[in-house]
Design a protein around this ligand. Structure first.
Ligand code: NAD
Ligand code: ZN
Length: 342
C-alpha cells in the first residue's frame, strides 16, 4: 500500500490529526455540486467549519477558467502558504484542485478525498495533477503528491452505476497488467458481490507499486497505458457528437489491444478469448463503424508519443503481465478494430 493512502471512513485518527494540524480558517475544500454535501460529514466529525469552493461538475470545467477561479477565491480568502486544500470529489476535482494547490503561492499542501471508483484507484493517487487546455486533455499540469489520500467506499452508494462501472475498467486493467490473482477475484466474483474496499486496495497496491518505482513514466509506469491507446482514440472520436465514459473506451481498448498482443504472438489465444469474454460480459459494446477506422488511426498517429510509422502500445504477454514500449502497425491495429466491430 502507498504510505499516504488510507482506505477507511474519514473518522480515523490520521485524518483527524492532520486536519487539526492546520489553522481552521486556512483549510479550504474544493467540491462540485455532487460532492458538496459530503462536507456535512466532515463538519460532523471535526467541529471545524471548512469553507468550500464549489465548481460545476464535469470534464468541460477542468480548464483554465476554473483554475483561475480557484486562485482568485483563495486570494480573496487570504489563503496562506501554510494552509490545506481538501479536494473532495471525482478525478476532475482531484486533478484541478491538486493543480491549483501545486501552483498557488508556489505550492500549498493538499489532500485528496476521492469519491468515485475511478478517482480512488487512479486519478487521486500517483501525484499527476492538471487541466485540459485548447482541445487537449491534461495538456497542462505538474506532478505533486497529496499529503494524504482518504478512500471511503461508502461514497459509491450515491455514485451513478455507469460511473462505478467506468472506474472498474481501470481495476480490470490493473489485474491484466500486473496481477493475475487480483484479476481472477475481480472478474470471478459476481459484480454485485464485489467487496469494494478489497477492490480499491488491490488496485491502489498495483498502481502505487508501479508509480513508486517509476514516478516519471520513464518505463514501467507506461504499463498503466494498456487499453488507452485505442481507448483514447475512440473517446476523442466520440467527443463531439456522443461522448462515452472513459472506462467504456478503455474496456473496448483493452479487448483490441489484447487482440494485437495475440496477433504479435505475445498472448495466447486462450487468454485473449478469456479477456474478451469477461470484458464483454461487463461493459456495453462501443459502437464503431468500419468507415471510422482511418479516422481512429489518424488520431493514434497524431499522438505526440509516436515517432515512426508504428504506433506505441503497452501489450500483454499473459494475464497479469503487461509489456511496455511495444509498437503495432496500422495493419495490425485495423485488424483488431475490425475484429471488435465484428
Ligand atoms: N491524475 C491522474 O493520474 C488521472 C488518472 C485517471 C483519470 N484522471 C482524470 O480523472 C477525471 C475523471 O474522473 P472521474 O471519473 O472521477 O470523473 P468526475 O470527477 O467527473 O466524476 C464523475 C461524476 O460523478 C459525480 N460524483 C463524484 N462523486 C460522486 C458520488 N460519490 N456520488 C454521486 N456523484 C458523484 C461528479 O460530480 C461527476 O458528475 C478525468 O478528468 C481524467 O483525466 C486523472
Ligand atoms: Zn484511464
Amino acid at each position: 500500500m502507498m504510505n499516504n493512502v488510507h482506505i477507511s471512513p474519514l473518522d480515523n485518527e490520521v485524518f483527524l490529526k492532520l486536519i487539526q494540524s492546520y489553522e481552521p480558517d486556512q483549510i479550504i475544500a474544493i467540491v462540485d455540486e455532487n460532492t458538496v454535501g459530503f462536507l456535512d460529514y466532515i463538519h460532523l466529525i471535526t467541529d471545524i467549519n471548512i469553507d468550500a469552493i464549489q465548481l460545476p461538475s464535469g470534464e468541460q470545467h477542468k480548464n483554465i477558467q476554473s483554475l483561475a477561479g480557484i486562485w482568485s477565491d483563495l486570494t480573496q480568502h487570504n489563503f496562506r502558504r501554510n494552509g490545506l486544500i481538501i479536494n473532495l470529489g471525482g478525478g476532475v476535482i482531484t486533478d484541478l484542485g491538486g493543480f491549483a494547490a501545486a501552483t498557488y503561492k508556489r505550492g500549498v499542501d493538499f489532500i485528496n478525498i476521492p469519491t468515485t471508483l475511478l478517482s480512488m484507484v487512479d486519478a487521486a493517487i500517483g501525484g499527476k495533477t492538471g487541466i485540459d487546455f485548447l482541445d487537449f486533455k491534461n495538456q497542462i499540469g505538474v506532478i505533486k503528491d497529496a499529503e494524504a489520500v482518504f478512500c471511503d467506499v461508502a461514497y459509491f452508494d450515491s455514485l451513478p452505476t455507469e460511473e462505478l462501472l467506468s472506474g472498474f475498467a481501470e481495476v480490470i486493467k490493473h489485474g491484466l497488467i500486473a496481477d493475475e490473482k487480483y484479476w481472477r477475484y475481480c472478474i470471478g466474483t459476481p459484480y454485485a458481490e464485489l467487496k469494494w474496499s478489497k477492490v480499491v486496495k488491490g488496485s491502489i497496491d498495483i498502481k502505487g507499486g508501479i508509480v513508486s518505482r517509476d514516478p516519471e513514466e520513464k518505463g514501467e509506469r507506461k504499463l498503466l497505458n494498456f487499453g488507452h491507446t485505442i481507448g483514447h482514440a475512440i473517446e476523442s472520436l466520440r467527443l463531439e457528437q456522443k461522448p462515452i465514459l472513459h472506462g467504456f473506451g478503455v474496456a473496448a481498448g483493452m479487448i483490441m489491444e489484447a487482440h494485437i498482443s495475440m496477433q504479435k504472438g505475445l498472448l495466447a489465444e486462450e487468454a485473449f478469448k478469456k479477456i474478451e469474454e469477461k470484458i464483454s460480459a461487463l461493459f456495453p459494446k462501443v459502437s464503431i463503424l468500419k468507415t471510422e477506422i482511418p479516422a481512429l488511426l489518424d488520431i493514434m498517429k497524431n499522438d505526440k508519443k509516436n515517432t515512426s510509422q508504428e504506433i506505441n502500445f503497452t501489450l500483454l504477454e499473459e494475464i497479469g503481465k503487461g509489456v511496455f514500449n511495444q509498437t503495432a502497425s496500422k495493419v495490425e491495429i485495423s485488424k483488431s478494430l475490425e475484429y471488435y466491430i465484428g
